[in-house]
Design a protein around this ligand. Structure first.
Ligand code: SF4
Length: 286
């Protein structure tokens, strides 16, 4: 099955404040994010349903990857999105920081998602506090997060688990081997931090520091996928909380945007971004 993956950042809001968080969008055409409007959600998903037809014979199905901000911050909105996506037979996946999960959401994830990803940059409270992975000055509880992973797997052993880690100046020396051994993800995506915002510039690392992080974890080579900045440009289909395609092209510090997909239609919006289909297919083959 050839799957077209669309990353929809459903909200900018997050209970954490990571220094290098790239979930910030500018020139918003509307104050209200579309996840709060059932009509806008339906119109957006109706347009996305047509996307595979723009690539004849290349894709047969869509996977809607829900990301944030924190994806599970607004419970009723995410439940609505799941329901509408299922009506259109989209496969679903999500990335979460894990802090808002509970038994009810774990069951919903197990019942509806084929992949669940957790963003985990560190297992140290001190580092998580320094990064900003904290709420009311309490760092993300990694033990709790591991319990959620176990519970989701208990409900659905076949679910694919993904861990995303952003390597930066605050965690590049860490050893996450024990966490990976305990959670046994199917995939561990390791990113070198993209210094998109001026605030993240002091947390930049060198290629050598990034490679040392990878080497320290090479016993997990079979599940690791890592991407450098070049591989990350023009190869993601990304939608912002206002329903616009956005991307960060080569040598561009700021995102560029299409018009709102649910207002101008998929063809017009898609023609307003650059998209490298060969690199895209390459990365999902990895
Ligand atoms: S947890 Fe993710 S979305 Fe939230 S602030 Fe951190 S990087 Fe941004």
């Amino acid at each position: 099955m050839k799957e077209l993956t669309i990353n929809w950042h459903i909200t900018e809001a997050c209970n954490f404040k990571c220094t290098y968080c790239f979930a910030h969008w500018e020139n918003k055409p509307c104050k209200r994010e579309i996840l709060h409007s059932s009509d806008d959600i339906c119109m957006l998903l109706n347009e996305l349903e047509k996307l595979p037809y723009l690539f004849p014979d290349k894709f047969d199905t869509i996977r809607l990857n829900l990301v944030g901000g924190e994806t599970f911050l607004y419970r009723s909105a995410i439940l609505n999105i799941i329901e509408e996506a299922k009506k259109r037979k989209f496969r679903l996946s999500a990335i979460t920081n894990g802090s808002k999960l509970d038994p009810e959401l774990n069951k919903i994830i197990a019942d509806n998602f084929s992949i669940i990803g957790f963003s985990v940059d560190s297992i140290s409270d001190t580092t998580n506090l320094a990064i900003g992975r904290k709420e009311k000055n309490v760092a993300i509880q990694i033990d709790e997060l591991v319990k959620h992973i176990y519970e989701i797997r208990k409900y659905k052993p076949s679910i694919k688990l993904k861990i995303n880690t952003v390597v930066n100046k605050l965690n590049h020396f860490e050893d996450l081997n024990s966490f990976i051994q305990e959670t046994k993800p199917n995939k561990w995506k390791i990113f070198k931090m993209l210094p998109i915002l001026p605030s993240s510039d002091p947390l930049k690392i060198t290629d050598e520091q990034f490679h040392m992080f990878l080497e320290r974890h090479q016993k997990h080579l079979d599940i690791i996928s890592h991407e450098n900045n070049d591989e990350m440009t023009e190869t993601y289909l990304m939608i912002d909380p206002n329903g616009r395609f956005f991307q960060n092209g080569k040598n561009q510090e700021k995102y560029t945007y299409s018009l709102e997909i649910h207002k101008v239609g998929i063809e017009t919006a898609f023609s307003q971004i650059r998209f490298d289909i060969d690199k895209f297919k390459q990365r999902y083959k990895k």
